[in-house]
Design a protein around this ligand. Structure first.
Ligand SMILES: [Zn+2]
Length: 272
């Protein structure tokens, strides 16, 4: 909803993408239900929905380009070994395979001594030394699927995204995506990381964390609740209004600088 209001307020297009490259985890019915929920809430998108599951060939070509430039190397480290070495990859396979091994392997990007900085619209200047913060990271998984970061930067470019607006929980992954843009010669969009809604314990609300699904029968109430959490309380005249009217009001009064400061919005016991 933040992205929708921001795009509408600035006269831009609001795009929807279904990150379903991992078909095991994301089934078509799940995508349908996301799109239906958006429709019910009046959150109409401006261009065709992009499904990552239909773009294997495009990701494959990008991986070939990275391989041709020796930017990637095969990694056969079993998952349990990686789990023991903490969040930073040790570089164990970096010089190990003169030729790609025959068995299943992931591909990792060499990050070298890259230090990536960018100015986030809400979070300010962010800098990350990729070597010490994450190490060489996976761009193609062992099962052959593109890793999230790779698919994201390719699709941002494909959809001509000029501003990425997303939860602050993804802030740390942005330098990796910027490095990938540099490697692939893709334009860098502007970034704006917004606070995430959390429970009282500071855990981001999500299905995995046990949050209740959005009640599709109460779209106006849902919009109202989220707007209030973001610091925009609609006029009382809009009580009982249709979602489209509430969104019109929200866009007219929208100012992203008025979002609550910090990285978390505690929803406490609120029903969202
Ligand atoms: Zn490895």
């Amino acid at each position: 909803m933040v992205g929708f209001c921001e795009a509408r307020r600035r006269g831009g297009a609001w795009l929807v993408r279904i990150d379903d490259a991992d078909r095991q985890r994301c089934r078509q019915t799940h995508a349908d239900s996301i799109l239906r929920t958006l429709e019910t809430h009046g959150l109409w998108w401006d261009e065709a929905v992009l499904f990552q599951s239909r773009r294997d060939e495009i990701y494959r070509v990008a991986l070939e380009r990275l391989a041709a430039g020796s930017r990637v190397f095969p990694c056969t480290c079993p998952r349990r070994e990686l789990a023991g070495s903490g969040p930073i990859y040790s570089g164990r396979c970096r010089a190990r395979y003169p030729r790609p091994p025959a068995g299943e392997h992931a591909l990792r990007l060499r990050v070298g001594d890259a230090v990536i900085g960018f100015d986030d619209r809400l979070q300010g200047r962010i800098e990350q030394d990729l070597g010490s913060a994450v190490g060489d990271f996976v761009v193609r998984r062992r099962d052959g699927l593109p890793a999230y970061h790779l698919a994201t930067v390719i699709d941002d470019a494909e959809q001509r995204v000029t501003e990425v607006l997303r939860g602050v929980d993804l802030l740390d992954s942005t330098p990796r995506q910027i490095l990938l843009q540099q490697c692939l010669g893709l334009p860098r969009p502007d970034y704006c990381h917004i606070p995430v809604l959390t429970d009282r314990g500071g855990i981001k609300l999500s299905k995995q964390a046990g949050a209740r699904p959005v009640d599709a029968d109460a779209p106006s109430e849902n919009l109202w609740t989220v707007l209030a959490l973001l610091g925009f309380v609609p006029e009382p005249a809009l009580i009982g209004a249709k979602p489209a009217e509430i969104l019109d009001w929200a866009v007219a009064h929208w100012d992203i600088r008025r979002l609550p400061p910090g990285r978390r919005i505690d929803v406490g016991g609120l029903a969202v």
